[in-house]
Structure formats: structure tokens, C-alpha cells
Design a binder for this molecule. Structure first.
Ligand SMILES: Nc1ncnc2c1ncn2[C@@H]1O[C@H](COP(=O)(O)OP(=O)(O)O)[C@@H](O)[C@H]1O
Ligand SMILES: [Mg+2]
Length: 380
């Protein structure tokens, strides 16, 4: 039985779409944002997916890191209440990281030293878990913004949905290993790296790397790691508050999957993790489901007859090829149907289940998002 996600859009402040890569998280997030704005809510759709497609489908020329209002003429219907507003924003991982550094640096001087450190500038955006953590960080910062009634967060196109939950630990872990601490303490005693630590030979190798001399390079690394370690207390604190916020009743997770057996398996696994972490999985969307025709696949003769009715005089080969394609489609549809049943049964603890059919074309504009929205939030 098909349910609706409509009540989530009115009863929650934050809706987060999660799932493996390519299953339709961004599509579902944008469609929900559209549906909510059309109901009169002031919606912010926050994405971390740099895919230009989302911007295009929302009628924007490009997605920017600042909040961009989407003109009513692009999305509103005659029934849309005047209060409705749709804003899109792309997460800028580096900028968010910079803000976090600014908040937790011990002093303005330490902040400036970190922000201008070349190692920081190279690595800040690409440390493990960083984009995922920054997405949550941004959400936390925006959650109580009075300009919005609802924030929809589209999570990163990670290949492993679990990254999202592990992100803070992973990011901090990447910078806080015993080896790195030993390295930093060797630096911190004197504020300089001693030559015992870096042999001349090593320096020679490193100086081959580019503009830095070897010792300069390592000093920059050590300085960066030393400064940034002083932020960890603040980061960890903040990360636990962010995670706590994610468990609130006003935050709903919508799990998106395709009917692919592997994707369904991963979704089940992810649901366990979400629930074990105290997050509220409130919706399950099985997307891109190939639906079966009501009629059984016809015989080759029957296909030939149908083609003739359509004004095409088919060869035997053509009619046979059509009949085969028809049969194949019905086999795929049966398999998808079986996976939908399995997904619903195995994830029955999620109250709202929605099946979105596979459309012929990609979902590339507001009209297409509207078709998805009408399925996620059917008119009463
Ligand atoms: N129901 C659907 N029917 C047809 N194409 C779809 C459907 N849902 C999503 N798509 C397309 O599939 C691709 C991946 O979707 P996307 O939302 O970007 O996935 P994700 O954000 O999970 O990586 C996009 O090209 C999108 O237009
Ligand atoms: Mg995406």
C-alpha cells in the first residue's frame, strides 16, 4: 500500500535523504522541497552533491554556495499559498571547515595561522569524512534559522551510505593517530623540527617534491597538525551535539533505495545502523521501479498485429525482437516487484513506504520533479 511523506513536510523541521550512490537521493530531496514549497512552506534545499543536474532541474543556471532563492514563476502553481518559498544552496565544504576553525581556534592568531597554512589549504576539503561531517555541521548551524520552516538535506554521493554516520569520528581520526601525535610532539617542544627527525637524505627527497624544501614542508605539516589538534576538543564536542540534534523528533530520515537486490540489502543494513544510532527513519522510498503491465507479454504474432495497427509493416525479425523486449521488461518488472515486497517486509519498522516508478527519462526539470513529488506526496 502506498503512503505519503506529506505529513513529514509539515511536522518536521529537517528531512534528510540517505542511501547509496545513484539511487535517487538528490531527486527525492529536490522533489520533497518542491512539494513543501507548493504547500506554502519556506524551504531550504541544501545539497552537497556538486552535480549540475540539481541546479538545472531546479531552474538555476548554477548551484552556488550561498543561498539562492528560486523564482516563484519557476515552481509555484496557482494554488501555492503566498507564504511558499524555495531556496537552494550547495554546501561549500572548505568554507564550512573554515568557519568551524574560526569558531574553535584558541585565538585569532591561531585561526589565521591555520587558515593560511598551505597544508590546511590543500587537505581541508579532502580528509576522510569531511564532506559528510560538514554537511551535518551546516545543517546544525542552519537548523534554527527563522527564514525557513523546513530544511531538506541531500547527503553526499558517497558510495557507502554509512560514511555519513561515521563522518565525525573518521575526520578526527584522520588527523589524530598516534603516529601523527608523535610527530607533532617532536615539533612542539621547540617549535621547530629537529634534524634528528628528518635526515638530510630525507630532506633531499622531500625537496624534490616542489616549491617547499623538505624541512619547510614538514614544518608546515607539523604546524598545521599542532594547531588543528587544539581544535579537536571543540570539534568533538560540536560533533556530539550535531549528532544529538540528528536524533531529535523534528529530524526525519528518508531512506532511498533502488529495487536492485544489492541496494535493498544495503538499505536494510543502513536502516539498522540508523536505528542503532537513535535516528528516526521515517520514510522508505523505493525508486526507479519498473512496473509490470497489466497484460501478459504477447506472442510474436500478436506483436506483429499491434505494429500493423500502428502503421508499421514488421518483418518477422522485428516482431520477434519487440516480443522479446516485452518479455524481458516483464521479467524485470517481476523481479523489481519481488524486491519491493522484500524491502517493505524487511523494513516494516519504517511507517511510510513509497514506490516511485522508473520514468523513461531522467528527472531533469521542475515538471519532472513535480511528477516525483506527486508520488511522494499525493494530493489528498
Ligand atoms: N524515478 C526515476 N526515473 C528515472 N530516472 C530517475 C528516477 N529517479 C532518479 N532518476 C535519475 O537517476 C539519476 C541519479 O539520481 P540522483 O537523484 O542524482 O541519485 P543520487 O543523488 O542518489 O546519487 C539522475 O540522472 C536522475 O535524474
Ligand atoms: Mg545525489
Amino acid at each position: 500500500m502506498q503512503s505519503t511523506l506529506g505529513d513529514l513536510l509539515t511536522s518536521r523541521r529537517v528531512v534528510i535523504t540517505v542511501g547509496c550512490g545513484g539511487v535517487g537521493k538528490t531527486t527525492v530531496a529536490a522533489s520533497l522541497a518542491l512539494a513543501a514549497a507548493r504547500q506554502g512552506r519556506r524551504v531550504l534545499c541544501l545539497t552537497i552533491d556538486p552535480a549540475k543536474r540539481l541546479a538545472t532541474s531546479l531552474g538555476l543556471r548554477e548551484m552556488r554556495a550561498e543561498q539562492q532563492a528560486i523564482g516563484r514563476e519557476l515552481w509555484a502553481t496557482p494554488e501555492t499559498p503566498a507564504s511558499g518559498a524555495l531556496t537552494a544552496m550547495m554546501l561549500d565544504v572548505r568554507h564550512t571547515f573554515d568557519e568551524l576553525v574560526g569558531r574553535y581556534a584558541a585565538s585569532a592568531a591561531a585561526r589565521d595561522r591555520i587558515l593560511s597554512n598551505r597544508i590546511y589549504r590543500e587537505v581541508a576539503g579532502s580528509l576522510a569524512g569531511t564532506p559528510e561531517y560538514m554537511a551535518m555541521e551546516k545543517l546544525y548551524a542552519l537548523k534554527d534559522d527563522p527564514r525557513y520552516d523546513l530544511i531538506i538535506l541531500d547527503t553526499p554521493p558517497t558510495s557507502n551510505a554509512l560514511d555519513f554516520l561515521d563522518a565525525p569520528d573518521k575526520m578526527i581520526g584522520a588527523m589524530d593517530s598516534p603516529a601523527i601525535r608523535a610527530f607533532v610532539s617532536a615539533f612542539e617542544k621547540t617549535g621547530k623540527l629537529s634534524f634528528n627527525l628528518v635526515s638530510k637524505a630525507m630532506e633531499k627527497v622531500l625537496s624534490g617534491l616542489g616549491a617547499f624544501t623538505g624541512i619547510e614542508f614538514l614544518t608546515q605539516v607539523a604546524e598545521f597538525l599542532s594547531d588543528i589538534q587544539s581544535l579537536f576538543g571543540g570539534f568533538k564536542d560540536r560533533a556530539s551535539r550535531v549528532l544529538e540534534t540528528m536524533m531529535g523528533r523534528d529530524v526525519a530520515f528518508v531512506l532511498v533505495t533502488s529495487p536492485d537486490p544489492m541496494a535493498v540489502g544495503e538499505a536494510m543494513f543502513f536502516l539498522d545502523r540508523l536505528q542503532a544510532s537513535g535516528m528516526n527513519a521515517e520514510g522508505l522510498v523505493v525508486n526507479r521501479v519498473r512496473l509490470a503491465d497489466d497484460v501478459a507479454p504477447p506472442s510474436v504474432d500478436r506483436v506483429a498485429g499491434l505494429l500493423r495497427e500502428g502503421g508499421i509493416e514488421p518483418s518477422q525479425d522485428l516482431a520477434a525482437a519487440y516480443a522479446r523486449a516485452w518479455r524481458d521488461a516483464s521479467v524485470w518488472a517481476r523481479r523489481d516487484g519481488a524486491e519491493v515486497t522484500r524491502a517493505r517486509r524487511e523494513m516494516a519498522s519504517i511507517r511510510r513506504h513509497i514506490v516511485v516508478p522508473a520514468f523513461e527519462d531522467d528527472v531533469l526539470d521542475i515538471a519532472a520533479l513535480g511528477r516525483v513529488a506527486a508520488i511522494l506526496v499525493p494530493a489528498q
